[in-house]
Design a protein around this ligand. Structure first.
Ligand SMILES: NC(=O)c1ccc[n+]([C@@H]2O[C@H](COP(=O)([O-])OP(=O)(O)OC[C@H]3O[C@@H](n4cnc5c(N)ncnc54)[C@H](O)[C@@H]3O)[C@@H](O)[C@H]2O)c1
Length: 262
């Protein structure tokens, strides 16, 4: 393996939403850096394609069929990883949804709220619960929860999404403090991207009457004049997954090209 490509060598990692966008970039970067990666998603065909890309590049990855909203699936997924690999070192709770049913507080539907909170907030809670259960058996690990700048600053038209990402931000701190006090050796941190060029954002752009205008507006929100790339976010997650961040827990790592600095 080339120098600088072993930042998480030998670690066993599970990435939810690993079949697309930011999760795919995290899975690929983790494998490049020496981890064995479980690509967990409800989109099994896309997850298989990510595993094939990783294998082609000489890395180790496996598909894990997992709907993060189902606790019995979490229990089985984590138990399966422990059986096959003996431990879980890194868990990235990245799976998330936006869109349908969200809106301002005057427009949001109860179904939309429950769908978004179900994946983005409850799914992360279940991941943390079963991740801690596994990691405490083998001396610790790192949990990284995908929030958003929408978990720090409000967006009027995204009431459910903002609420779900705020929940992830504060759940992360609660998990971090609990694990530190118990002496589990488990760190838990959140990552807060701004608009990042993924299929989720592309769907949002294409739903607008003038997609190119929307794309330009998202790019100009950052003083860099561009959206984030999935690899920009994956690099931050890699830091939190690696032992370079051994004294970092309960933090919120903003990766937003300066959007919230303005
Ligand atoms: N793209 C952005 O601009 C942006 C900004 C801030 C935060 N985020 C967050 O980053 C994460 C990844 O977003 P993305 O842009 O890569 O989106 P994406 O739509 O490209 O990928 C999300 C993945 O999550 C999976 N998923 C959805 N529901 C699931 C479930 N119930 N169980 C398992 N997997 C499920 C999807 O199948 C998909 O593969 C999300 O949590 C999102 O909220 C994205």
């Amino acid at each position: 393996m080339a120098a600088g490509q072993d930042r998480i060598a030998g670690k066993i990692a599970l990435v939810t939403g690993g079949a697309s966008g930011i999760g795919r970039a995290i899975a690929r970067m983790f494998a490049e850096q020496g981890a064995t990666v479980m690509v967990a998603d409800i989109q099994e065909t896309l997850a298989l394609a990510v595993v094939a890309e990783i294998a082609e590049a000489g890395g180790n990855a496996e598909v894990l069929a997992l709907d993060v909203t189902e606790e019995d699936q979490w229990a089985a997924a984590v138990d399966g990883v422990l059986e096959r690999h003996g431990r879980l070192d890194v868990l990235v709770n990245n799976a998330g949804v936006g869109g349908g049913g969200d809106g301002t507080i005057e427009d949001v539907t109860l179904d939309g709220w429950r769908r978004i909170m179900g994946v983005n907030a409850e799914g992360v809670m279940l991941g943390c619960k079963h991740g801690v259960r596994a990691m405490k058996q083998t001396g610790g690990g790192s949990i990284v929860n995908m929030s958003s700048i929408a978990g720090i600053v409000g967006a009027p038209q995204l009431s459910a999404y903002c609420a779900s990402k705020g929940a992830v931000r504060m759940l992360t701190k609660s998990v971090a403090l609990h694990c530190a006090r118990k002496g589990y050796g488990i760190r838990c941190n959140s990552v807060h991207p701004s608009y990042t060029d993924t299929p989720m954002v592309e769907r949002m752009i294409q739903s607008r009457s003038d997609p190119e205008r929307m794309r330009a507006a998202l790019a100009s929100a950052s003083p860099f004049g561009r959206m984030g790339e999935p690899a920009d976010i994956a690099g931050a997650v890699l830091y939190l997954a690696s032992d370079d961040s051994a004294f970092v827990t309960g933090t919120e790592l903003v990766v937003d090209g300066g959007v919230t600095a303005m």
